[in-house]
Design a protein around this ligand. Sequence first.
Ligand SMILES: Cc1cc2nc3c(=O)[nH]c(=O)nc-3n(C[C@H](O)[C@H](O)[C@H](O)COP(=O)(O)OP(=O)(O)OC[C@H]3O[C@@H](n4cnc5c(N)ncnc54)[C@H](O)[C@@H]3O)c2cc1C
Length: 293
Amino acid sequence: MYNIQGYFEAATVEEATAYLAANPDLIIIAGGTDVLIKMHHGQIEKARLLSIRGIKSLQGIRRLEDGTIVIGALTTFTRVGDDPVIKANIPVLAEAALAMGGPQIRNVATIGGNICNGATSADSASTLFALNARLQLQSRQGERVVPIQEFYLGPGRVDLKPGELLTEILISPGDYQSYGGHYIKFSMRKAMDIATLGVAVLCRVQGGVLADVRIGLGVAGPTPLRCNEAEDYARGRAITPETIAEIGKLAVRSTKARTSWRASREYREHLVEELTGRALRVAVARAGGIKIA
Ligand SMILES: Cc1cc2nc3c(=O)[nH]c(=O)nc-3n(C[C@H](O)[C@H](O)[C@H](O)COP(=O)(O)OP(=O)(O)OC[C@H]3O[C@@H](n4cnc5c(N)ncnc54)[C@H](O)[C@@H]3O)c2cc1C
């Protein structure tokens, strides 16, 4: 059932990258809520695992002097949802974190594992896309920082080079300050279900005008995605029901939804149009703008 051929534990990032450099076949395990399911289902066989769970420096969240928010890759969803820095500065990310799984899963599942698993349905992904999050990756060769939009390569595929570890998620002050946001997870059940669609909208308002809108979608294509056409249209427009309806329509143009047992492509497109508008209405109100019926 769990054919584990070897198990190693790293206490520091240096130890982890040394293990990975010496043993390229090692599979990283953080919370294990994806890895162990894959082993159980036979998608991973004869695994040699490297546990990074004990690396203290990758747990927790801090705000740097310049306002950048740094989230350690091993931070659990419970912590993201309850963290004072996140709640005070990026409440939409706390909202997304608490939409994920149930309390038991949120207590062990990490935000880094959610990203590195490469699923389009990852509940953190659409919000992190809308936040222009950047990912810090570390290997024995050194460090690099990649925008999250470039990290997702395809279903279950991410730009993680051999020997590399995701260490931190970075969010710049310009990407969250003065923004209101809202995340809607649409799923068949209210709890413990994978999203049929995830929509994160962030916006900044000035007077009655949309100064900026950023829309991140999950399960609207093989990877999470942004809705550039809708965002370009939105910038500088008066906040009216007509503008919001048009933004919802244009958001559909960026999608590559497919039919699965959960929902048809047409139904997902309908959800994108409708839920983008709903999320934007809430985001506008949270950004201090007018309430649109
Ligand atoms: C019952 C149940 C319900 C779930 N519900 C949801 C849900 O509602 N929404 C949702 O989005 N997900 C859900 N999941 C999926 C899963 O819990 C999440 O994707 C979780 O965030 C994975 O984190 P983890 O720490 O457990 O990752 P792991 O299983 O440890 O690892 C996942 C992948 O990432 C790699 N990895 C992990 N950390 C790193 C790192 N720092 N650097 C490089 N590679 C790394 C691993 O090698 C592996 O490929 C659910 C899972 C279960 C079992």
